[in-house]
Design a protein around this ligand. Structure first.
Ligand code: ATP
Length: 236
């Protein structure tokens, strides 16, 4: 579904992504794990059309995604940014409606908002509450729900566990599996490598802007390098 070929992104002279190639197939959850500053967010935001790459190609179902966020959204890319990028002074319901800004099927939007309240019951209880006053976990659920309101083919998740307790992190990851089971393909970037690998079908490791490993998530969970560098397991 998503194909990234030889993507390089620079911020001035700083190279954030170096010749990155990656693929997400229909129905998969693919995780991209890496340390701080490895280039994970840059990759997600480039796929969402928010950053113009220096070189390389990104296609969705064979069609090139241009560096234009509204076009990427209309093509079926839904971005759930790190939760602090919600609209804090809008209510839960208003945030959800903002996620549907490209749609004009009022009934469909209402139906999908209802579906979001069913998927995330905690949001239903807080419909009229300002997003900025939600707890961290609730905000993360809202960020995912808002992205789903655009009816994306591919959901991009930027660090969904950031700042969450282990309990809330587990809950958010359970929801990601549920969302995937409704037919949404997912590309997830995460520092919490253990959770990201447990939830995914396949995964990539990114180090200093380069993809260094690629395999099924279960194989990467067993890899010595991944265990030592990302899962905190000490060598013999
Ligand atoms: P983290 O997990 O800490 O968010 P990340 O893997 O998502 O890290 P990026 O945010 O993509 O990494 O950053 C990749 C590199 O690009 C880093 O070296 C970062 O300092 C640099 N970078 C990111 N955004 C900018 C920017 N707007 N201007 C200059 N350099 C940037």
């Amino acid at each position: 579904m998503l194909k990234i070929e030889n993507l390089s992104v620079y911020y001035g002279k700083i190279r954030a992504l170096n010749n990155v190639s990656l693929e997400v197939r229909d129905g998969e959850i693919v995780s991209l794990i890496g340390a701080n500053g490895a280039g994970k967010s840059t990759l997600i935001w480039t796929v969402a059309g928010c950053i113009k790459p220096l070189s390389g190609r990104i296609t969705l179902d064979g069609k090139e995604i241009p560096p234009l966020p509204h076009v990427a959204a209309a093509m079926g890319i839904g971005l759930s940014p790190e939760r602090r990028r919600l609209f804090p002074n809008l209510t839960v319901r208003e945030n959800l409606l903002m996620g549907a800004f490209l749609r004009n099927d009022k009934e469909g939007i209402e139906r999908d908002a209802k579906a979001m309240y069913e998927l995330f019951p905690v949001l239903a209880k807080r419909k009229e509450q300002y997003a900025g006053t939600l707890s961290g976990g609730e905000q993360q659920m809202l960020a995912i729900a808002r992205a789903l309101m655009s009816k994306p083919k591919l959901l991009l998740l930027d660090e969904p566990s950031l700042g969450l307790s282990p309990l809330l992190t587990s809950e958010v990851f359970r929801k990601i599996t549920e969302v995937n089971q409704t037919g949404v393909t997912v590309l997830l970037v995460e520092q919490n490598a253990k959770k990201a690998l447990k939830v995914a079908h396949r995964a990539y490791v990114i180090e200093a802007g380069r993809i260094t490993m690629e395999d099924s998530a279960s194989k990467l969970l067993e890899s010595d390098h991944v265990r030592r560098a990302y899962l905190g397991v000490r060598g013999e």
